[in-house]
Design a protein around this ligand. Structure first.
Ligand SMILES: NC(=O)c1ccc[n+]([C@@H]2O[C@H](COP(=O)([O-])OP(=O)(O)OC[C@H]3O[C@@H](n4cnc5c(N)ncnc54)[C@H](OP(=O)(O)O)[C@@H]3O)[C@@H](O)[C@H]2O)c1
Length: 251
């Protein structure tokens, strides 16, 4: 159970080797979390990540999970939720793709959409069913500022995150009153494996700063957090720019 300060005791990470997710797991372990399950595609990467989190009194397990394999989600995740209550599920998997390549290769563009949106719909609904049964707990969804307005330079990824973000907001509304909640997290550019080698965007941040925003959101029962917070206002402006002006920005 989460305590009165919203700190979870158990954490399931979908996309268990994500840099943002692991920073979040470290922050939550430092607070109160004692059981962590890292679910993802690469057993080796998960085991390395698990080793980095293990500490006296903290158990870390790994689980094979492919977000793209939606047919397997109910079985793989259902078993985790059936075994014990999970206070916090962190939906962290995602793929950035390569906009220029993906525009020229529709199948690859569709793979980005499939993982980021379709995989999240399926996994998110399995998590929601468990949260309803439990009557407590949180689903934390790593969306993105890219969800706020699709940009020319990464609209394949951006549109997949827009779908994910809308889904997560709706799911939060659906769970309202059940005792469980959804926290939508909208980071800007974060220095992680995903963005390695890319030029940093303005207000670029770290996985640790995103983790702090997640912790704050859990503590306050927020439905949405931005990382950094100032991006909320930047994106509100960008979202409402008239199309001709937005196009001239060439972003
Ligand atoms: N970094 C940023 O600037 C930024 C900004 C906003 C939002 N986000 C979002 O934050 C989340 C975490 O990203 P990150 O920055 O921490 O990047 P990351 O370290 O590259 O983590 C992404 C994780 O997603 C996993 N993944 C990809 N496809 C998967 C699949 N089919 N099944 C299961 N796992 C899969 C990857 O596992 P593999 O090792 O198996 O590929 C990887 O562990 C993502 O959803 C991302 O879109 C990131």
């Amino acid at each position: 159970m989460k305590n009165a300060l919203g700190a979870p005791q158990s954490l399931l990470v979908l996309g268990g080797a994500s840099d943002i997710a692991l920073a979040t797991a470290r922050a939550l372990i430092a607070d109160r979390t004692r059981r962590v399950i890292l679910a993802g595609r690469s057993p080796e990467a998960l085991e390395r990540a698990a080793e980095g989190l293990r500490a006296p009194g903290v158990t870390v397990e790994t689980l094979e999970f492919d977000a793209a394999d939606v047919d397997g989600h109910e079985k793989v995740l259902g078993e985790v939720y059936a075994a014990a209550d999970i206070d916090c599920t962190l939906l962290a998997f995602g793929t950035l793709g390569d906009q220029a390549h993906d525009e020229a290769h529709p199948v690859d563009a569709a793979r980005v959409a499939h993982v980021n949106y379709v995989g999240a719909v399926s996994a998110g609904l399995v998590a929601a069913a468990a949260l309803r049964r439990q009557g407590h707990g949180s689903l934390v969804v790593l969306s993105s500022v890219a969800a706020e307005r699709a940009r020319r330079s990464n609209f394949v990824y951006g549109s997949s995150k827009a779908g994910l973000d809308a889904f997560a907001q709706g799911l939060g509304d659906a769970l309202h009153g059940s005792g469980a909640q959804v926290l939508v997290v909208r980071p800007g550019f974060v220095h992680t494996k995903m963005t390695a080698g890319l030029p940093a965007a303005p207000l670029a941040t770290t996985p640790e700063a995103v983790a702090e925003a997640v912790q704050r959101g859990l503590r306050t029962g927020a439905h949405t957090v931005w990382a950094p917070g100032a991006l909320r206002y930047v994106m509100a402006g960008l979202r409402h720019l008239p199309r001709p002006v937005f196009r001239r920005l060439n972003i």
